[in-house]
Write a protein that binds this ligand. Structure first.
Ligand code: CTP
Ligand code: MG
Length: 166
């Protein structure tokens, strides 16, 4: 899951600059995505997810770790891009609900990346998902995701990277 988990914190660390929606609003008068979704965050986040995936692939090849799910260039790219597309999809709906950038939206804020990562991978590489994401693995992901999310956001808040600890 590292290629799906890494893009969000890297986007928070390195993001900024031009927003993906170029500041535009929809007919409801609210921003399409908001200032929290930027091109730099998207590109840096996806590249970081792919980079950690490449490290995982080479480690698995080098040590012959057959007990771990096998990543491919497709799986790491889809998980990484999907994670941030899920994050953007969440912001799109969040703005429609009238929640401002950074407002708390429990459950959606935690699982957006998992839903996006699996949705994109299911769409373009379904066999990878069925071969690797078994029911026990899915249960573990559902349990650890909100814990990791909270822990990383508290660290980001204390480190001055995030404005809110969620
Ligand atoms: N970020 C970015 N580009 C992205 C995703 C995130 O630049 N595609 C950066 C932004 O600086 C953002 C921070 O990462 O503020 C934290 O991301 P997130 O919590 O997802 O955004 P929020 O600011 O909370 O906005 P939203 O309410 O839309 O989730
Ligand atoms: Mg947020």
């Amino acid at each position: 899951m590292l290629p799906a988990y890494l893009p969000n914190p890297v986007a928070a660390l390195l993001g900024g600059g031009t927003p993906i929606d170029f500041g535009r609003t929809l007919s409801d008068g609210k921003r399409i995505l908001g200032d929290g979704k930027t091109y730099r965050g998207l590109v840096c986040g996806v590249l970081a997810g792919i980079a950690v995936g490449l490290v995982q692939i080479s480690l698995a090849n080098h040590f012959g770790w057959d007990f771990l799910p096998r990543h491919t260039l497709a799986s790491i790219t889809l998980l990484s891009l999907g994670a941030l597309l899920g994050d953007m999809g969440k912001s799109l709906i969040k703005r429609r609900l009238g929640k401002d950038r950074g407002a708390k939206w429990p459950i959606a804020d935690q699982y957006d990346l998992v839903i996006g990562a699996f949705a994109l991978t299911l769409l373009f590489d379904p066999s990878w998902v069925f071969a690797n994401i078994t029911l026990p693995i899915l249960v573990i992901i559902i349990i650890i995701t909100p814990i990791l999310h909270r822990a990383v956001n508290i660290i980001g808040y204390l480190g001055g990277i995030k404005e809110v600890p969620w």
